[in-house]
Design a protein around this ligand. Structure first.
Ligand code: COA
Length: 160
């Protein structure tokens, strides 16, 4: 099986956002960072801020992930950014495999393809954020050789 990373069309971008922005909002609520009532609006604002020109936003690339038959297995959103030391790195804003296609190795394939591309581009590293409660994704990243560079912690206070 071979994965193909296809640049998203505008229609696919709209479908991706409709599907994934509410999910991101939910993750923020679950992690205790945003109140449920405001989460969707906050998520929409965050994504709009990151992608002010949508698919045409410089240095951001959004892909659909497709299997050998061209079927949609997921989405990948990656950007190329300078690190504090000036080195250019890839940053994965989002990777999602459709629920019915998980544990088939597609995310591993997507990261293998991304890593090869990043090496060709001369990038120094691939970075990403993962929610602490996302044990599946953390297991994936550890298996792929990612290590935690910082851990942000939070303790909810009564009444807050
Ligand atoms: C996390 C996610 C991208 C993994 O995609 P996937 O295609 O199922 O991952 P792979 O099949 O390549 O998994 C490779 C390995 O990662 C680990 N892994 C992946 N998902 C796991 C899970 N839910 N629980 C435990 N380990 C997991 C396993 O070691 C797995 O190997 P195995 O299946 O042989 O045991 C997918 O579950 C997903 O889309 N989740 C929702 C969105 C999300 O959380 N994205 C990450 C944002 S940071």
């Amino acid at each position: 099986m071979t994965i193909t990373l296809q640049p998203m069309t505008e229609a696919e971008f709209a479908a991706y956002q409709a599907d994934q922005v509410p999910d991101y909002a939910q993750q923020k609520v679950r992690s205790g960072q945003w109140p449920a009532a405001e989460a969707l609006a906050l998520a929409q604002r965050e994504v709009a801020g990151l992608l002010p020109q949508g698919l045409a936003t410089p240095d951001h690339r959004l892909f659909t992930l497709r299997d050998d038959d061209g079927q949609l297995v997921g989405w990948l959103w990656v950007a190329e950014q300078p690190r504090a030391d000036g080195a250019r790195c890839a940053y994965v804003y989002d990777v999602v495999i459709r629920p019915e296609r998980r544990r088939e190795g597609w995310a591993t394939q997507a990261f293998t393809a991304l890593e090869a591309h990043a090496r060709v581009r001369g990038l120094a590293a691939i970075g990403l954020h993962v929610f602490g409660h996302n044990h599946g994704a953390r297991a994936l990243y550890e298996q792929l050789g990612f290590v935690a560079t910082s851990v942000v912690m939070s303790k909810p206070l009564d009444g807050a």
